[in-house]
Design a protein around this ligand. Structure first.
Ligand code: AMP
Ligand code: ZN
Length: 461
């Protein structure tokens, strides 16, 4: 039984899919105006982990992750510049910025062994769908127009605060009240569905024709429109970082449930933040670290994945270089152990059961990692059985252990030549030469063990 903490109900619930054996998963993706930081990537690893746990439980997963390339303003309160246009003068500039950072994001996903989402739709390529949904909201009386924008009328959706679980007065509305108000906006909490390219957005570069004149969509409507298109009105599960609960995810629910008259996502999973020096890592905070920086410092990107797995997704994780180094050391040890494994056979049933229970208990990866180390250290099973089970665990952990094992078995020709020469030297009892050759083999990154059955060679990590 797979249990997950559903942020919508604030309880641990048994996961039940809408269609048997299938899961529709929507993940809020990046705004591609800058490099993703390792905080963003923590949330992507969480969504990947969830997807892998579904697959481990034999579900087929359809995962949609949007690319935000229009409409996300510098402030959540529908004010400020469009993030995508801050450093752009022409449409060509915006497209080039989006392409550059989308490419970099995809490279990050690959380096972290995050499975590719089934579809990654771009907001700017789904404006027709967004317009259609806004029209439907207007027709049903959930939205209204001013000279500047089309707004969602929050007063028409009494369940507006159900995700955040606080009453509306307690919600952070300060920023909205401070800004210059559109005189036709009925309520400060109403949010924008469509910006007209007039007044403060007169020079907005990306613009489309619509029933309300030329303009561009607000940020929240893209996720409602694209999840609708690719997963249907009601789908299984939605993931994002915790900061998106309000206003973004709250507004998605309001838009979709009002337009469709049906529930939106049955489950919501929110990942806690990656912190740095106890503050949230953020693109606008100026304290962010990219995956490339870790790589440039000599870390394996999978060491960051390992670090993320050692904390539960609902706990804050304070990033330090020391903790990353510890994760790198642990990963090196793991790879070292794996490289000495024999051909996988049979497996260790009890460990497999414990592991499944851990990951099915709201993705308890710290426990799953502990079980993995217990497996490696046990004397109860031969290395071939450990290999079989460990490679199975890695379908969830995603640390490329089988790949490491295979690579460690493939000895480069030059190294094999040194090994053969050493065997020859040993046979002729030329121990000085044999020792010399062992050192050369080590320098080439391999370790040689002499056993009763002959030598064993493995890669050094
Ligand atoms: P953005 O590109 O800013 O739209 O964010 C992409 C994803 O990263 C969202 O799900 C955010 O909630 C998430 N996110 C942003 N900052 C952090 C952080 N410091 N730790 C974890 N996730 C974050
Ligand atoms: Zn979203």
């Amino acid at each position: 039984m797979l249990k997950l903490f559903n942020s919508l109900t604030r309880t641990i619930e048994e996961f039940k899919p809408i269609k048997p054996d299938q899961v529709g998963l929507y993940t809020c993706g990046p705004t591609v105006y800058n490099y993703a930081h390792i905080g963003n990537l923590r949330t992507m690893i969480m969504s990947d982990l969830l997807r892998r746990v579904f697959e481990y439980n034999a579900y087929e997963v359809k995962q949609i992750m949007n690319i935000t390339d229009v409409g996300h303003l510098t402030s959540d309160a529908d004010t400020g510049e469009d993030k995508m246009e801050k450093n752009a003068k022409t449409k060509q500039d915006v497209l080039a910025i989006a392409e550059k950072y989308t490419k970099s994001f995809l490279n990050d996903l690959k380096a972290l062994n995050i499975e590719s989402p089934t579809i990654m739709p771009k907001a700017s390529e789904h404006v027709a769908e967004q317009i259609e949904m806004i029209e439907s909201l207007i027709n049903k009386g959930f939205a209204y127009q001013s000279d500047e924008a089309v707004y969602f009328d929050v007063s028409k959706f009494p369940e507006y605060n159900k995700l955040i679980g606080q009453n509306l007065d307690e919600m952070k509305l300060g920023a909205r009240q401070e800004v210059v108000q559109d005189p036709k906006k009925k309520n400060p909490i109403d949010f924008v569905l469509w910006f007209k390219t007039v007044g403060r957005y007169e020079n907005h570069i990306l613009r489309w024709d619509s029933p309300w004149g030329t303009g561009f969509p607000g940020w929240h409507i893209e996720c409602s429109a694209m999840s609708n298109k690719y997963l249907g009105m009601t789908f299984d599960i939605h993931t994002a970082g915790i900061d998106l609960k309000f206003p973004h995810n709250t507004n998605e629910i309001a838009q979709s449930e009002s337009a469709n008259g049906k529930p939106f996502a049955n489950f919501w999973l929110h990942g806690e933040h990656l912190l740095i020096q106890d503050g949230r890592m953020g693109k606008s905070e100026g304290n962010f670290i990219t995956l490339q920086t870790l790589i440039d410092k000599g870390f394996n990107p999978l060491a960051f994945r390992y670090l993320v797995l050692t904390s539960h997704y609902r706990s804050k994780l304070n990033f330090t270089w020391e903790s990353l180094q510890a994760a790198q050391n642990a990963l090196n040890n793991l790879n070292q152990e794996v490289s000495s494994f024999d051909e996988p056979r049979v497996g260790c049933a009890q460990f497999e059961q414990d592991f499944l229970q851990a990951v099915n208990n709201d993705l308890d990866t710290p426990k799953a990692i502990a079980i993995m180390w217990d497996l490696i250290k046990t004397d109860e099973f031969p290395a071939s059985a450990k290999a079989q089970t460990l490679f199975k665990f890695d379908q969830v952990l995603g640390l490329k252990l089988e790949e490491t094992w295979k690579k460690s078995k493939a000895i480069p020709k030059e190294v094999q030549k040194l090994v053969d020469e050493r065997e020859e030297a040993r046979k002729t009892k030329d121990f000085a030469k044999s020792d010399e050759l062992r050192k050369e083999i080590e320098t080439a990154g391999y370790l040689l063990d002499d056993t009763l059955d002959g030598y064993k060679i493995k890669k050094k990590f």
